[in-house]
Design a protein around this ligand. Sequence first.
Ligand SMILES: Nc1nc2c(ncn2[C@@H]2O[C@H](COP(=O)(O)OP(=O)(O)O)[C@@H](O)[C@H]2O)c(=O)[nH]1
Ligand SMILES: [Mg+2]
Length: 242
Amino acid sequence: MRDYKLVVLGAGGVGKSCLTVQFVQGVYLDTYDPTIEDSYRKTMEIDNKVFDLEILDTAGVAQFTAMRELYIKSGMGFLLVYSVTDRQSLEELIELREQVLRIKDSTRVPMVLVGNKADLQDERVISVEEGIEMSSNWGKVPFYETSALLRSNVDEVFVDAVRQIIRNEIEAQNSSTAALGHMSRKNTGLGAASANAADPSAAQDTPKKQVTLNRPATAKQAPGKPSTKRKTKKTKTSCVIL
Ligand SMILES: Nc1nc2c(ncn2[C@@H]2O[C@H](COP(=O)(O)OP(=O)(O)O)[C@@H](O)[C@H]2O)c(=O)[nH]1
Ligand SMILES: [Mg+2]
């Protein structure tokens, strides 16, 4: 089975390691060496299918390195994490995201915006609304506030990233099938029965705990995408808060 590679990015101290370890091992590590960059494996079931995840918990995002370029290249989904107690950490994500889009050479990279430490209400300097605004500026990437400490929305952010990867794969498959169908019609005059066949798994990829906010009436499905039984469209702004 193929690994789904997720990369956790963000400024130092925002809780990347705590989130990752909480997700993979179900424990909260209060003190974790900030210099450790490690990858973790987890097998999980989403919509009755089993996925092998490889999660890279990064460290030291201060400078651009060839190493970073490599893991962004091989990453399939990205968690961009800031802390709601640290404004700078949110600002740093702007450049990080641009780096990811540049390296992946795509504007449709599976990505989740994560505002961690939501349990620290007294120390909060970034409001939920600011998180939503950032998500809108980024073309409505799913946004969640999390608490690694309380294990709140921890599974959700990883699962959302995996669902986005799956969705992209299905769309890529559908469009290549459609292209083949087009070619076969052109070359043989016969229609391709399988072109645009709705993938049955698309019907299942509905995030369970998402709340949908501010979805403009004009939001569209991806161009060329046949209508499927999917209940949640990728253009939604997902925001789950504590
Ligand atoms: N209150 C609270 N503290 C957190 C949370 N996540 C991380 N922390 C604290 O922030 C520190 C840095 O977290 P860490 O995961 O090492 O950050 P990283 O540098 O992004 O990997 C940890 O030692 C925890 O004390 C959270 O959800 N709530
Ligand atoms: Mg760390």
